[in-house]
Design a protein around this ligand. Structure first.
Ligand SMILES: [Zn+2]
Ligand SMILES: [Zn+2]
Length: 313
């Protein structure tokens, strides 16, 4: 099953030429999920030419303008595609107010159902969305207004089936193999019972995607993002502006790297939400700030695609 992340915008605060505001699209076997929706999101989506049909859910971290101003445009764009399922918008308190206001004042033409779910207790965290084979939970962050991160975790997959072991155990090829693969014991003609774990390996973990912006580095975040196949994390400033960053409740690139390193099992981390003070050619400073602490760090760029393969592939 394919899983890919597309960076629709990597900037923070204000858009720059070639750098839209924060937004990441996750495509999982044709299903699309959007994380934040800054200005320019729909432009990147068009430029990527994904032949997109519909987004199932949009997850909003907080109601600062650089994370939500793309939303009215995305809602209008979504009226251009056929859809019968509702579009879910999930976010902290006031997101419903923002969506209702935009729909009302802009007198939007919307030909589908929009369901806005405000996270009741953003400080507690918990599952906010369940899809087919995965769940998304919110994670409390520490910012100048109520803000949450999101972690998507796939369900475990069945273990690997070993045909040679099935033959050895005397199970004839056919429907009994399928039942064993589904984890059921089977009874042979001679009355012997074969347990699934004799022919099927242990269940295999699914993949994990984490999206963390905007926040001060919190120690408890490490446990939340541990084992991420891809961690997208704010790295707004170089450490030389550490004090400014922390005053404004943002992370430096080094803070993001410390989080990834402390978490353990993070396969790769992409920095996002760059301060507009850094021109594109200066972003390598942020990479230099992070890499000594977490070597598998990269700089996200608009319209970049990142694959998330299974670890056992
Ligand atoms: Zn921001
Ligand atoms: Zn913010």
């Amino acid at each position: 099953m394919n899983m890919e992340a597309f960076v629709l915008g990597c900037g923070g605060v204000m858009p720059l030429p070639g750098r839209h505001l924060t937004s990441v699209l996750l495509r999982r076997e044709g299903e699309l999920l959007l994380f934040d929706c800054g200005e320019g999101t729909q432009v990147s989506l068009r430029e990527l030419n994904l032949r997109w049909k519909k987004i199932s859910a949009i997850f909003i971290s907080h109601t600062h303008a650089d994370h939500v101003t793309g939303l009215p445009g995305m809602l209008m764009l979504s009226a251009q595609v056929d859809r019968s399922e509702p579009l879910y918008i999930i976010g902290p308190p006031r997101i419903k107010e923002f969506v209702d206001w935009a729909r009302d004042v802009l007198e939007m033409y919307i030909n589908y159902e929009i369901v806005v779910l405000e996270i009741e207790n953003p400080r507690a965290g918990g599952v906010v969305y369940r899809g087919d084979g995965f769940a998304v939970r919110s994670v409390p962050l520490n910012h100048t207004r109520t803000c949450v991160g999101y972690v998507l975790e796939e369900d475990d997959r069945p273990g690997v089936f070993h045909p040679e072991r099935a033959i050895e155990a005397g199970v004839p090829r056919g429907p009994l193999w399928a039942r064993l693969q589904q984890g059921e014991p089977v009874t042979l003609e001679n009355g012997a019972v074969v347990q699934p774990d004799t022919v099927v390996g242990p269940r295999r973990p699914g993949r994990k995607f984490s999206f963390i912006t905007d926040s001060l580095h919190r120690k408890d975040l490490a446990a939340e993002v541990a084992g991420s196949d891809l961690l997208i994390c704010e790295g707004m400033f170089h450490s030389e502006f550490r004090e400014t960053a922390h005053e404004k409740k943002h992370m430096t690139a080094a803070d993001a790297a410390e989080l990834a390193a402390a978490a353990g099992g993070v396969r790769q981390m992409g920095l996002i939400h760059y301060s507009p003070r850094y021109a594109d050619w200066q972003l390598k400073l942020l990479l230099k700030d992070a890499k000594p602490i977490f070597p598998n760090t990269f700089l996200t760029r608009d319209r970049q695609a990142i694959e998330l393969p299974y670890r056992d592939q």
